[in-house]
Structure formats: structure tokens, C-alpha cells
Ligand binder design. Structure first.
Ligand SMILES: *Cc1c(COP(=O)(O)O)cnc(C)c1O
Length: 407
């Protein structure tokens, strides 16, 4: 094979031999550190996507890389057929961080959601007393919870769902943020409501104030589990450890992922109290890699970073600057912005630019971001970003829309 040296060489090879399930921007990353990535031709970009929040602490955070390196020299995989000396400390740290008795470790986000759905159903049958095979779970329109067959069964995104049937039964979808609709959908067989505290893939859609507290109350009243998918919204992104906490809400079950692996290895988990997690008994659920010592060591180091509170604090401190800079663009080529912590959805005027075109133009200016659903772009810089660096992001976007307006 001839030597690959340019961005285009790598793009051509990838297009030939890697399945086309993504349509990436034409940037080939070779090296990454902190908030910066460098492509194979030496161009540097500020990463304002952070791997969809998987890189909340930036690329190769020294404490996380150290934890991984140390563990690589000890043990990496034991299987759960044996105990390992990393799993207990990791689960203890995560339990403490999110305020739940017990942790079930998995690998990817979708697996954590699948696990939570199984736990909710089983809790429904064994604890709530729902009739066999009749459990129902309420989900939200516009949801994104991953890519498995069960999860896409209750997606309303045709791209994610079409041609993958037959679909898994037992889910009803209601409009996001509509408390009355949730209430109307609850009946005797309802075991859980699955909700993203903020819908990330949908373009950082923030529910109306009072929705999450209202949902909490409703779930308690009707003996239904509130399952919060914090995989993208949680672990510091909005300025609190969990996005539910921003609204003063505690869910019954949390799914966690993405940033839990520190951008190094896939680590996901379900967190719940013992009365719920207790339905899981030996042999009834598992994963070859879930809870492996390398993942646990990295996950524990992530929990330690979050326990200090400094990253949540930085997200809170920069929220005002972020919002102000983005709101200044509304009416100037931007239709609407939604900001919470260091997370923003920006709706570009579709007559001006598509989201993809805006992201391409941002990349030319050295900022990486990702479009979603047409003309929305999502900004989620690492929580380690400074005020000056954040200004690079918002200035670049201001230039992109100004230049598009000039034609
Ligand atoms: C990314 C994501 C998932 C799925 O995580 P994977 O690791 O890609 O399987 C689930 N829920 C939410 C809210 C997500 O953002």
C-alpha cells in the first residue's frame, strides 16, 4: 500500500473500507490534547464537540491517562467470573457522586439504557406487581437513547428507525416536556418514564421550567420509576454533576456513559437504590467487558475529577458569557439559541446555511462542531475550556454567520 500522508488519502481509504454509517467533516485527526486536535497535515482545531460530551475533561486529561497507564501495568480484564480490585472502588466513588446505593457497570451508553429498561420491567413485575409481559414504559418524542433494536423501536427519527423492524413492544411516546401527556399515558401497567433531562441529539432541547420537578412528583405519586438518561447531559456538562440536579430533581434510576470513560475507554453504568437494583440477581444480566479493571480505574479517576467540583464550577462560571455571545447572533443569521452550562444548541437560519455547511465553515476557521437535524449546530466544548478559548468558538461562529449574510 502506498504511504498515506494527506487528509484526502485517509478519507479515501476510510470511505472505501469503513461502512458509511457516518458522514464526517473532512478533518483527519492525528493528535489531540486538551481542547485542541491536530490533523495529519498539521492544522490545529479547537474541539467544540468533545465527542458528544465523551470528552468533558478534554483529550488525554493527564490524571485520566495516568490512571489508565497505571492500570495497564496491573490488569486489564478479568471477566466478572472473578472479582477485581478496581470494581468496588469505582462503584463506591460513582455511588457517592450520584447519590445512589448501587451501580451496574456496562460499556456503551446504549447498553446502559437497555439495562435500565430491563431493570424497570423486572421491578414492575417483581415489586410493583404488573401483569406478566404487560409492562409499559413511557418515552418522549424526539428522544435519543442509542442504536440497539429495542431503543430504536421507540425512536421517532425515521433515519434511526426505518427498515429495522419488527420493533420491540411496550413503549408509548408523549411530547417532550408535556406533563399532562405523561399523566394521561400512565396506567396500572406503567413501570417507568424514560427521559433525557435535556435532549442533546434533538439540538439541546431544554424542557419547560417545572417539567422535571413535576415529572418527579408524578412518578412518585403513581409508583412509576423516573429513569433519567444522563449519558450526554450528565457528568458536569450543564454545571451540576447531573443535569437533573440543575432543576433540584433526583431520579430513581440514572443511565451514565460517554464522559464516564474519560474519552479513553467505553464505560457506562446504571445507578439506582437497592430496592430497585435488587431485582438483578446472578445470571440475569451481564457483560463480558462491563466492570473490567481498566474501565473501572478510568471511571474511578473520572469520579475523582468530578468530586472536586471544579469542572462543574467552570461550566457554571462560563454559562453567562456563552449565552450572551450566542444570543447576540439571534436575528443576525441565527434564529434561536438554547444554552445550559457549556452546552448550546444554535438554530441557524435555514435560508442562510444548513447545519452541515455552518460546521464546514467553522472547521475552516479552526473550530470543530457538529450539526444535528437540519440547521441546528451543537456546541459542547470541553469543561476545561477558559473564557478566552470559549471566545474563539463564539467569535468563529459570529464570523461564519456574518460572512454567510454578506453572501
Ligand atoms: C450517546 C447517547 C446514548 C448512547 O450512547 P452510546 O455509547 O453511543 O451507545 C444514549 N443516550 C443518550 C442521551 C446519548 O446521548
Amino acid at each position: 500500500m502506498t504511504q498515506l500522508s494527506t487528509n484526502q488519502d485517509f478519507i479515501d481509504l476510510e470511505n472505501k473500507v469503513a461502512a458509511h454509517n457516518y458522514s464526517p467533516l473532512p478533518v483527519v485527526v492525528e493528535h489531540a490534547e486538551g481542547i485542541w486536535v491536530t490533523d495529519v497535515e498539521g492544522r490545529r482545531y479547537l474541539d467544540a464537540l468533545s465527542g458528544y460530551s465523551a470528552l468533558n475533561f478534554g483529550h488525554r486529561h493527564p490524571a485520566l491517562v495516568q490512571a489508565a497507564k497505571d492500570q495497564l501495568d496491573r490488569s486489564t480484564l478479568t471477566s466478572r467470573a472473578f472479582h477485581n480490585d478496581q470494581l468496588g472502588p469505582f462503584c463506591a466513588a460513582l455511588s457517592e457522586l450520584v447519590g445512589k446505593d448501587m451501580i451496574l457497570p456496562m460499556n456503551t451508553g446504549a447498553e446502559a439504557v437497555e439495562t435500565a429498561l430491563k431493570i424497570a420491567r423486572k421491578w414492575g413485575y417483581l415489586v410493583k406487581g404488573v401483569e406478566a409481559d404487560r409492562a409499559e414504559i413511557i418515552v418522549m418524542d424526539g428522544n435519543f437513547h442509542g442504536r440497539t433494536t429495542t431503543i430504536i423501536s421507540f425512536s421517532d427519527d425515521p433515519e434511526a428507525r426505518d427498515h429495522y423492524g419488527p420493533y420491540t413492544q411496550g413503549f408509548v411516546s408523549v411530547p417532550y416536556g408535556d406533563l399532562a401527556a405523561v399523566e394521561a399515558a400512565i396506567h396500572d401497567n406503567t413501570v417507568a418514564v424514560l427521559v433525557e433531562p435535556i435532549q442533546g441529539e434533538q439540538g439541546v432541547k431544554i424542557p419547560k421550567e417545572g417539567f422535571l420537578p413535576g415529572l418527579r412528583e408524578l412518578c412518585t405519586d403513581r409508583n412509576v420509576l423516573m429513569v433519567a438518561d444522563e449519558i450526554q447531559a450528565g457528568l458536569g456538562r450543564v454545571g451540576t454533576t447531573l443535569a437533573c440536579q440543575y432543576e433540584g430533581v433526583e431520579a430513581d434510576v440514572y443511565t451514565l456513559g460517554k464522559a464516564l470513560g474519560g474519552g479513553i475507554v467505553p464505560v457506562s453504568a446504571v445507578a439506582a437504590d437497592a430496592d430497585v437494583m435488587g431485582v438483578i440477581t446472578p445470571g440475569t444480566h451481564g457483560s463480558t467487558f462491563g466492570g473490567n479493571p481498566l474501565a473501572a480505574a478510568v471511571g474511578k479517576a473520572v469520579c475523582d475529577l468530578l468530586a472536586s467540583g471544579e469542572h462543574q464550577e467552570n461550566a457554571r462560571a462560563l454559562e453567562g458569557q456563552f449565552r450572551q455571545a450566542l444570543e447576540a447572533l439571534v436575528g443576525q443569521g441565527v434564529e434561536e439559541v438554547r444554552v445550559r452550562g457549556l452546552w448550546a444548541g444554535v438554530d441557524i437560519d435555514p435560508g442562510l446555511l444548513s447545519g452541515k455547511e455552518a460546521c464546514k465553515a467553522l472547521a475552516v476557521k479552526g473550530v470543530l462542531a457538529k450539526d444535528t437535524h437540519g440547521s441546528t449546530i451543537r456546541l459542547a466544548p470541553p469543561l476545561t475550556i477558559t473564557a478566552e478559548e470559549l471566545k474563539i468558538v463564539t467569535d468563529a461562529l459570529a464570523e461564519v454567520v456574518a460572512e454567510a449574510r454578506q453572501g
